[in-house]
Design a protein around this ligand. Structure first.
Ligand code: KIV
Ligand code: NA
Length: 265
């Protein structure tokens, strides 16, 4: 398999081939997911929740995200690597946004960035794409807006739908090569996908998007807490890890491990 490129992703939408996206935050996971044929590895700011244990994504910093981007890029994936832009990395003006997005490509080695927001962020997205830094948009339920939304709630229901449509159009107009549609009704996501030329990547947005993204910890059953309706669990690793660790503890306590065969002479 060849390296996945941005023009290829646009072609995939045109030809009706679906785009498979997963989050990855570290080298070994990136290698495994890439070997499985994932098209895009998203180094999401969800790392702050599923890896660092924060309540939401707001505390994640540029330096933290960069660290994870570098780890994923060291896996030399064929998949396109997209770096999520942390809260406030693009919100304090154009110069700051350009500097921070540039760092993800120059220092991190990512091929693109992802910026949350629609109409409000379109001017920033325009200036970033204008400097040939490819941008993936993200509209609908934007987790960095958790306080405005009053929690993680489905967006774009009823009379709110037009606002999401305008957001998606604004992001495309600003030069984004794809847009994440998160937490919106399936019919609205279908309508937006039909309307746009760029691929839509759904999460909690129904079956009619151009592609799908999920958080790797969610599909592997690594998150003990709750599992939202839009997640499909492809493995249940938590009990396997607990059991492996329990056996290790027991072996050490009972003097069963280590033995001579694990020892140097
Ligand atoms: O941070 C993240 O993982 C994301 C995806 C879920 C879209 O933004
Ligand atoms: Na994110």
């Amino acid at each position: 398999k060849k390296n996945v490129t941005i023009p290829e992703l646009l072609q995939m939408k045109r030809e009706g081939h679906r785009i498979a996206v997963l989050t990855a935050y570290d080298y070994p996971t990136a290698r495994l997911l890439d070997g499985a044929g994932v098209d895009v590895l998203l180094v999401g700011d969800s790392v702050g929740v599923v890896v660092a244990g924060h309540e939401n994504t707001l505390p994640v910093t540029m330096e933290e995200l960069l660290y994870h981007v570098k780890a994923v890029v060291r896996a030399k994936p064929k998949a396109l690597v997209v770096a999520d832009m942390p809260f406030m990395s693009c919100q304090a003006g154009e110069a700051e946004a350009l500097k921070n997005c540039g760092r993800m490509l120059q220092e991190g080695g990512a091929q693109a960035v992802k910026i949350e927001g629609g109409v409000n962020m379109a001017p920033i997205i325009r200036s970033v794409t204008g400097m040939d830094i490819p941008v993936m948009g993200h509209v609908g339920l934007t987790p960095q807006s958790v306080h405005r939304m009053g929690g993680y709630r489905v967006q774009g229901r009823k009379d709110q739908a037009e606002r999401i449509v305008e957001d998606a159009l604004a992001v495309q107009e600003a030069g984004a090569f794809a847009v994440v549609l998160e937490g919106i009704p399936a019919k609205l996501a279908a309508r937006i996908t039909d309307m746009l030329e760029i691929p839509t990547i759904g999460i909690g947005a129904g079956p009619y998007c151009s592609g799908q993204v999920l958080v790797i910890h969610d599909i592997l059953g690594l998150c003990e807490k709750y599992s939202p309706k839009f997640v499909k669990r492809y493995a249940d690793l938590s009990p396997l890890i607990t059991e492996a660790a329990r056996q290790y503890v027991s072996d050490v306590k009972d003097g069963i491990f280590p033995t001579e065969e694990h020892s140097f002479t």
